[in-house]
Design a protein around this ligand. Structure first.
Ligand SMILES: [Zn+2]
Length: 495
């Protein structure tokens, strides 16, 4: 970061030093982490009291006296009691007025961003200097364990409104590594130039979403371009389970990591270590888990699962308090062999990304473990590169792209395995030369909206913003064509 103003330069250098010290302390599991978090919580609430949203409910925090008095308590008790008094902020409530949490005029932020907002109104996610520094250092201190001096990265994140591309560029800067931040047209999906640069610059690392990477690989297959090879994949923005990770490793020769987890509005709540574990950044967030049983503070020593509720401790410019993320996670309660004391989390996808078919609840990982399970590839003689599911009456149509001409034997085997996931439905498997662009929009739409199309849901496209809706409408027409004739009513029974 370069600043003309000398005082700003000096203050910023101090801030960075302080943050790095805090993060490294948190990695060691030092017992004073709770004290740091309690201080940050009190500061965050005092800042929040200056925002239109919280000025009424948190007015007393503007006065330093009661804050100092309450901070005499044990830090962990203070955190638990204080949090419990705050209301939960749902995504819908936040979306209805996301700028109301600003504690300063918008021109005092450094960069303006919004979430991609494809499933509803976008929310404001500008970056102020302090939170940008905190987030960059949090990720950088973790990724520094994975990336070395010989690494360089392609950042391929199509999303000019959202902060992710810029944020990861800052992380690579923090690590002193070369990065190339590129963009591909969402509609034409022409990767020629990107593939050329990957070769010419011997880029070692991919930073972006799995579905974007799959689309680039498929483009290379179709256009007889050499397949890009990577050493490391830092995947983000989409739910990525073990089967998808292994699939991408086989295709690229790389080691695949779920690089980070979070959202435009909260920042990065977890980042990977060299063992491929996502570590929650507890120096910058308070985490709670919510489910039908209620809500509780996440305990790093106890296995638990639920919807992640986040209180940001390094986001004084626009505090988010007890924000319901909609992300389902599970914590193992087991220390990671890397030695970082921060709790390990596994993401289970968005709460709404479950396909309910009759009485069955089908998740992304079930479908992908069938398509990309270990040892299945060689038997079939070809590899399924990517997929898209279309629901139509009682029929499930699975469109797949493959790396070479599929055998009838192999396709029948895949169909049989997929049928076990969608029992009671007629399952049709079709190979197509290319999937519609919709399939690469997972980071905007989530799994269900990007890979799973209900052809009987007329309202589907009405819920999406215009540019994406256009792509989806085009995709639906393509899928109808590719799926073949609709099933006759008397033929719909059985799998
Ligand atoms: Zn670890």
């Amino acid at each position: 970061m370069l600043f003309k103003d000398q005082k700003l330069r000096t203050d910023y250098a101090d801030l960075v030093d302080r943050r790095i010290k805090e993060v490294r302390l948190a990695h060691t599991g030092a017992p004073d982490l709770d004290s740091l978090r309690a201080d940050k919580l009190a500061r965050t609430l005092a800042a929040a009291a200056d925002s239109p949203r919280f000025s009424g409910s948190l007015a007393r925090w503007r006065d330093k006296e009661p804050v100092v008095r309450e901070r005499d308590e044990e830090p962990s008790a203070f955190i638990e009691k204080t949090l419990a008094e705050l209301p939960i902020l749902t995504r819908a409530e936040f979306r209805a007025g996301s700028r109301e949490v600003f504690t300063r005029p918008v021109n005092e932020f450094l960069h303006y961003y919004e979430s991609s907002g494809t499933t509803g109104d976008p929310v404001a996610a500008p970056k102020a200097l302090e939170d940008l520094a905190a987030n960059t250092i949090n990720i950088g201190e973790m990724w520094g364990r994975v990336l070395g001096p010989s690494d360089s990265a392609l950042i391929l994140i199509n999303g000019p409104f959202a902060p992710a591309g810029y944020q990861f560029e800052k992380v690579l800067e923090y690590l002193g590594l070369l990065s190339v931040r590129l963009w591909v047209d969402n509609v034409t999906g022409d990767y020629t130039r990107i593939l050329r640069l990957l070769r010419e610059l011997s880029i070692s690392t991919y930073v972006g979403s799995p579905s974007r990477l799959l689309e680039m690989l498929h483009f290379a297959y179709r256009h007889d371009e050499p397949l890009p090879r990577f050493r490391k994949l830092m995947l983000l923005a989409e739910q990525t389970g073990p089967a998808l990770l292994r699939h991408l490793e086989r295709l690229t020769g790389a080691r695949a990591f779920v690089g980070s987890f979070g959202s435009s509005e909260t920042g990065t709540t977890a980042a990977t270590c060299e063992h491929g574990s996502l570590h929650l950044q507890t120096q910058s967030y308070l985490f709670e888990l919510a489910d039908a049983r209620g809500i509780r503070l996440l305990d790093r020593e106890r296995a638990d699962r639920g919807e992640l509720v986040v209180t940001c401790l390094d986001l004084e410019a626009r505090p988010l308090l007890r924000y319901q993320t909609g992300d389902l996670v599970e914590v193992s309660g087991i220390p990671c062999p890397c030695g970082v004391a921060l709790p390990v989390v596994r993401t289970l996808g968005r709460a709404q990304d479950v396909l309910r078919l009759g009485g069955d609840h089908i998740r992304q990982e079930e479908v992908e473990s069938v398509l990309w399970g270990e040892n299945d590839q060689d038997l079939a003689g070809f590899t399924v590169l990517n997929y898209l599911l279309a629901l139509r009456k009682s029929e499930v149509v699975c469109l797949v792209t493959t790396d070479r001409e599929p055998t009838a034997f192999g396709l029948a085997a895949i169909r049989r395995r997929l049928a076990t996931v969608f029992h009671g439905r007629r399952l049709v498997l079709r190979t197509v030369p290319a999937l519609p662009p919709l399939a690469s929009l997972g980071s905007y739409l989530g799994w269900k909206l990007s890979r799973l199309v209900d052809l009987d849901d007329q309202a589907l496209t009405d819920r999406l913003p215009p540019p994406i809706a256009e792509i989806v409408r085009g995709s639906l027409a393509d899928i109808e064509t590719a799926a073949g004739p609709r099933p006759l009513p008397q033929l719909t029974g059985g799998a």
